[in-house]
Write a protein that binds this ligand. Structure first.
Ligand SMILES: Nc1ncnc2c1ncn2[C@@H]1O[C@H](COP(=O)(O)OP(=O)(O)OP(=O)(O)O)[C@@H](O)[C@H]1O
Ligand SMILES: [Mg+2]
Length: 550
């Protein structure tokens, strides 16, 4: 419906285009809050070690996961406020890599509490102000209670990695996978001044079906899911000098259809010889630069493969672009576009390049790279879906370990920090004037959703657990949390359930940001649906030959 407004003289003015819908004031707020709550509700049951997984079917492509960011990415959300919730999990994933489900659930709860406050006639700006104050107090509290971790303390890094995987399908193998993730990060971490820097891109992750997750391993080097192109080439080259080529070793085909009339067999032969000569000289350039390995991002002509094989050069073709960049970094080689300009200095170096059979597939390993910071994780697992979920879990583990290496501060999990934040916020609220006080209490109640959901997902008595938590925290036991295994309130630090401080602070930051943003909206103007796309040539008979509707 078009949106009309009237001038003083009573004339109607069309302001928005036809098909536009508009919601204002409380109706807009309620509607947005509802959409956000639905999203939070959808992922809530997957939080924690006892959380459930979700099966997502996108046109027959099935994903099984408990990863918040993945669940929401796969759900095709339409509502603008719901989309904002999906963005929170994405931000959380980009910033710290874990806590994507918690961030969405906390945001949903902040909005749910805000709804109650709105119903009690609190103005949205008062709620927003109260939430902001509460968030900054909460962050202060987290900083204060955080435990400083020793720089590169392997034991705490391992614990943190294990906690992040406790809630995943691969939990059974978390001990081994945690060690592997810590090993990988320690390998690529570089000391800059007093700090360590980690670039996750330096950790290559490859997946291969077969064996089981327990056979996942760390490789000090790189792994390419590619086989050596020609059977006569060596399968193993020591002291490899590697050309990283991002153009094809082929003769360029003409862009247009050209017809060459050959009248004489000799002419044909000359033509072929010409091509052969060109390929031969390309291979010659590679060999005279001193290379014994070629990794090519594009194709390699059969004839060129034969020439390379004769020279004892190992070649891999159609390598992934992202892998080429990693190879360049790891081997110290340059990406070469034209073989004409190839010089010795462009070559990368590794101690060993070798093809090995992993399960059904042949895989090329590049080990002992010039840059010792190159490392790969080769994930094994019975099915593709297990491999995918293992990859996501290892991603979370790598991220949390990186988080702690970057900012060496940790907190215990199991809802303990959230409960402590809630307790201190309630105390802080007492110092504030009436209405803001209500908003801060609302915020405190909202963060308690974390221990509550952990208990709920473990099938525990939530009211009993929450009151026990409150009692323990009142007694000064700041790390009292929900041990979902024993079903009791216990000291999570002693249990070794540790998490990076940055994951917890980011959860609060992004949840508060999204909730306050949604609360400040009092007008939703939605454009009409896009018109039906133009008909394909051949008229309107596309749908099973339906008659044209005129
Ligand atoms: N053994 C445990 N006992 C109690 N709570 C635990 C335990 N291990 C992990 N947790 C808690 O589980 C929560 C994390 O759950 P989960 O990993 O499912 O969600 P997330 O980290 O918010 O999202 P995602 O991992 O999907 O990005 C944290 O609050 C963490 O403290
Ligand atoms: Mg997690």
């Amino acid at each position: 419906m078009a949106y009309l407004t009237q001038t003083q003289s009573g004339q109607s003015v069309l302001v928005l285009k036809e098909g536009t819908s508009r919601r204002r004031g409380k109706e807009a707020q309620k509607n947005n809050i509802m959409a956000a709550k639905i999203i939070a509700q959808a992922v809530r049951s997957s939080i924690g070690p006892k959380g459930m997984d979700k099966m997502l079917d996108s046109m027959g492509d099935v994903t099984i996961t408990s990863d918040g960011a993945t669940i929401l990415k796969e759900m095709e959300v339409e509502h603008p406020a719901a989309k904002m919730m999906v963005e929170i999990s994405k931000t959380q994933d980009d910033e710290v890599g874990d806590g994507t489900t918690s961030a969405v659930v906390v945001a949903g709860e902040l909005l749910s509490k805000a709804e109650e406050l709105l119903n009690n006639n609190l103005h949205p700006t008062v709620i927003v102000e109260g939430y902001r104050k509460a968030a900054s107090k909460a962050l202060e509290t987290l900083e204060k209670i955080a435990i400083p971790a020793e720089l590169m303390d392997k034991e705490s890094l391992k614990q943190v990695a294990m906690t992040s995987m406790a809630s995943k399908l691969v939990a059974e193998n978390r001990q081994q996978l945690a060690e592997l993730s810590v090993g990988a990060i320690m390998h690529v971490a570089q000391k800059v001044g007093e700090e360590y820097r980690v670039d996750l891109d330096d950790v290559m992750v490859e997946k291969k079906t077969g064996e089981s997750v327990a056979s996942t391993r760390l490789i000090k080097g790189l792994v390419l899911s590619k086989e050596i192109t020609h059977s006569d080439m060596p399968k193993r080259v020591q002291r490899a000098n590697i050309v990283l080529l991002n153009s094809a070793i082929e003769i360029k085909k003409t862009q247009f259809d050209a017809k060459i009339n050959i009248q004489d067999p000799l002419q044909m032969e000359a033509f072929q010889r010409e091509e052969e000569g060109m390929l031969r000289s390309m291979v010659e350039k590679i060999s005279s630069a001193g290379a014994n390995v070629v990794i090519c991002q594009k194709g390699i002509d059969d004839m060129a493969q034969h020439f390379l094989a004769k020279k004892g050069i190992l070649a891999v073709k159609q390598a992934k672009e992202s892998d080429m960049a990693k190879l360049a970094k790891a081997t110290g080689g340059k990406l070469v576009t034209a073989l004409d300009n190839l010089i010795k200095d462009d070559l990368g170096h590794a101690e060993l390049v070798e093809e090995r059979k992993i399960g059904e597939d042949k895989t090329t390993f590049i080990e002992g790279c010039k840059n010792p910071h190159a490392v790969a994780i080769l994930i094994r697992g019975g099915t593709q879906r297990i491999l995918d979920e293992a990859e996501r879990s290892i991603h979370d583990a790598l991220c949390v370990v990186r988080d702690v290496v970057k900012e060496p501060k940790i907190v215990a999990g199991g809802g303990a920090p959230e409960e402590e934040v809630a307790r201190l916020l309630r105390k802080y609220a007492e110092t504030l004037p009436g209405k803001e006080q209500l908003a801060v209490i609302g915020f405190a109640d909202a963060v308690e959703i974390v221990p509550m959901t952990l208990a709920e997902n473990a099938g525990l008595d939530t009211i009993g657990i929450l009151s026990e938590l409150k009692v323990q925290h009142e007694k000064g036991k700041i790390w009292a949390g929900v041990n979902v295994q024993s079903g009791k309130v216990e000291d999570m630090k002693k249990l070794g359930v540790l998490e990076p401080l940055s994951v917890k602070t980011q959860i609060l930051k992004s949840a508060t940001e999204a909730a306050t943003m949604i609360l400040r909206i009092d007008d939703v103007i939605a454009g009409g649906k896009t018109k039906t796309p133009p008909m394909p040539p051949g008229g309107r008979g596309g749908m099973g030959g339906m008659p044209p509707e005129y």
